[in-house]
Design a binder for this molecule. Structure first.
Ligand code: ADP
Length: 171
């Protein structure tokens, strides 16, 4: 049984087995949540990331969590929003699928996602939240992960996720 919930928090502070990073394809650090995760995890993270040889959009790779409470970090690369006609929705869905698969492989019980692609990459938050919730819920049935947290950085984003979570229950 997987529980899905939304919280407002700095993802680097969460006490979960795995946090997901909205990285860029170099995996060498950037702004937004990526920068916050690298600062909190410490300099060993960038060394570990260098060995991964980058990551394609829609894919995910894993490292240790280093100084974080989380044991592991899954780095996924969301699509840059280019109007919605360049496969952005499918690529974002793939980020959630690949991240859940990797978390499952290491037997994670709890996992937290940021709102992938909705910052610098410009993906509309309502669309992104609905994709996040529906994709994770679809995978929930055959998953051993007990808890998935959608970690929102702002109060308005949290409200969007709460709406997506409640709409999805009806659908
Ligand atoms: P992207 O390039 O994928 O758009 P960003 O980091 O710019 O990634 O934004 C993704 C989301 O992460 C945004 O909603 C942003 O507000 C949020 N964010 C930024 N810092 C943090 C943090 N420390 N914890 C959780 N979410 C964060």
């Amino acid at each position: 049984m997987m529980v899905l919930r939304a919280v407002r928090a700095d993802i680097t502070t969460l006490d979960v087995d795995v946090i997901v990073n909205a990285a860029n394809s170099s995996l060498l650090g950037g702004g937004g949540v990526d920068g916050a995760i690298h600062r909190a995890a410490g300099p060993d993270l960038v060394h570990a990331c260098r060995l991964l040889g980058g990551c394609k959009t829609g894919d995910a790779k894993m490292t240790a969590g280093f100084r974080l409470k989380a044991q592991y970090i899954i780095h996924t690369v969301g699509p840059v929003w280019r109007g919605g006609t360049h496969g952005e929705r499918e690529l974002l869905e793939s980020c959630y699928v690949r991240s859940i698969e990797l978390a499952q492989d290491i037997g994670a019980r709890s996992l937290a996602f940021p709102a992938i692609s909705t910052g610098i990459y410009g993906f509309p938050i309502r669309d992104a939240a609905m994709i996040a919730v529906t994709t994770v819920r679809k995978l929930a049935k055959r998953s051993t992960i007990g808890e998935v947290i959608f970690c929102c950085f702002s109060e308005p984003d949290l409200r969007v996720y709460e709406t997506a979570l409640s709409d999805e229950e009806i659908n």
